[in-house]
Design a protein around this ligand. Structure first.
Ligand SMILES: [Fe+2]
Ligand SMILES: [Fe+2]
Length: 170
């Protein structure tokens, strides 16, 4: 019976097993960050009250699908690297800053929470880009594209925050 020849070069090769596992662990963390962001963007696209909350709600509602898409990309890459996508019992929440505020008209709380979440993603994805540079070009390329999305999200919400700061409300 013929055995399948393992790739002789690149991140899928046998001698890269150690580094591959490190990439998979980083991708799992990224996957959970996206899943938690989806949860909290659903929450914050619904809870906020008030005329000015509407813009924030609509923006977050759009982002939900994008963040879910990111989670699916990370999950697929975990599998391609011979990892297993974790189940919900492995999940540990970290986004304390995106919990519902005391008053649902507190839009600034939501804006700052989103900026914090996007910043966390940007920091982690930059680490993945650095780690995979010259090691795993496919993950590297994928994460650069996702990083671009997150930088766009953060910039948008920084713009929302500026408006409140200009009025002395943040
Ligand atoms: Fe994302
Ligand atoms: Fe994002």
């Amino acid at each position: 019976m013929a055995t399948i020849r393992s790739s002789s070069s690149g991140i899928l090769s046998a001698d890269r097993a150690q580094q591959r596992e490190e990439v998979v662990e980083m991708l799992k963390k990224a996957y959970w960050m996206e899943i938690e962001t989806v949860m909290n963007y659903v929450t914050n696209s619904i809870n906020p009250d008030g005329v000015r909350a509407q813009e924030i709600r609509e923006s977050l509602e759009e982002d939900i699908q994008e963040e879910l898409g990111h989670a699916q990309q990370f999950a697929n890459r975990i599998k391609e690297l011979y990892g297993v996508v974790p189940g919900s019992l492995d999940f540990t929440p970290e986004q304390s800053f995106l919990q519902p505020p005391e008053h649902q008209t507190d839009v600034v709380h939501v804006i700052k929470g989103v900026i914090e979440a996007e910043t966390g993603a940007i920091e982690h994805y930059n680490r993945i880009v650095e780690f995979t540079d010259g090691l795993d070009p496919v993950t590297n390329d994928m994460v650069i594209t996702i990083l671009h999305d997150e930088e766009g999200h953060r910039r948008l919400f920084e713009g929302f925050l500026r408006e409140y700061e200009a009025e002395g409300l943040a």
